[in-house]
Design a protein around this ligand. Structure first.
Ligand SMILES: N[C@@H](CCC[C@H](N)C(=O)O)C(=O)O
Length: 275
């Protein structure tokens, strides 16, 4: 299997573009290629597939083999892959994902993709990831108690589930303890991604993320979108903010005119090989 190792702000993926559909036993393939000791090593396996109604399709599988509905960093990697490898010369690409067709706008520098703005769609504030007892309500600033302590989260779906937790300081967050406890809490039947956020001002936040199915990652694009949506809902940020992640920055805008979230950031090719 030919693969390309890519990353979006350090959120790294094994990208494969040689299948025409999702192969059998994709869960164990994802687990083995993502293994950092016995495999290539990555947060996820990304398949680029043909599609009838879009330019391409993308499927993303977490390191534990589970499929995710959405992945902002992987979408930017796909944009760079298909343009830089001349599978398309379009600077605006339609990409089918599990959340529908996403629109990607490419910024080209010296013939290569430098930045991508992704239409991440409309956030949903009530969905299957919302606790059943409050299914019909928006879950904003809701208490949760886990072994590591008491927290308050805002649930935002960007197609995939996020629990956003605002803290005074990220230094006191025990991500590797609290993260998995919240990820697997019974409030989230499909598990959840968990974002801890320190707000510096209305236009600037720093986050750390514990991702469903992979643990701590250096960046999470859909998570950064969820953070800005939660920031607006909690009166902590404006609709346009820079989100600092361990691996770099994303610019996120939750646009008032169309209720959609736009994410802008880079992606990179690291190396290629055969597995
Ligand atoms: N890192 C991604 C999200 C990947 C999927 C996530 N772990 C999930 O299971 O929902 C991003 O950049 O959005």
């Amino acid at each position: 299997m030919n693969f390309t190792k890519m990353h979006g702000l350090g959120n790294d993926f094994v990208v494969v573009a040689e299948f025409s559909s999702v192969p059998d036993r994709i869960d164990s393939l994802a687990q083995s290629v993502c293994d950092r000791h016995f495999g290539i090593g990555a947060d996820g396996l990304v398949l680029i597939l043909p599609h009838e109604r879009a330019d391409f399709a993308m499927r993303i599988f977490n390191a534990d083999g589970t499929e995710a509905e959405q992945c902002g960093n992987a979408v930017r990697c796909v944009a760079k892959y298909v343009f830089d490898k001349q599978l398309t010369d379009k600077e605006e690409i339609l990409l089918e994902t599990r959340v529908g067709i996403q629109r990607l706008k490419l910024v080209i520098e010296r013939g290569e993709v430098a930045q991508v703005t992704v239409d991440m769609g409309e956030p949903k504030l009530a969905g299957r990831e919302i606790p059943t007892q409050v299914e019909a309500e928006r879950v904003i600033d809701h208490p949760i108690s886990v072994a590591d302590g008491e927290f308050r989260f805002t649930a935002v779906s960007m197609g995939n589930p996020h629990a956003v937790i605002f803290v005074e300081s990220l230094e006191s967050v025990r991500l590797h303890q609290a993260g998995p406890q919240i990820e697997t809490n019974l409030l989230f039947p499909r598990r959840t991604n968990v974002e801890f956020v320190q707000v510096h001002g209305p236009d600037e936040v720093t986050m750390r993320v514990w991702e469903r199915g992979c643990g701590e990652t250096l960046a999470c694009g859909s998570g950064a979108c969820a953070v800005v949506v939660a920031g607006v809902l909690n009166g902590r940020t404006s609709r346009n903010a820079v989100v600092h992640l361990q691996g770099g920055d994303l610019q996120i805008e939750w646009r008032e005119s169309d209720n959609r979230v736009y994410m802008t950031g880079p992606s990179r090719i690291v190396f290629e090989g055969v597995y």
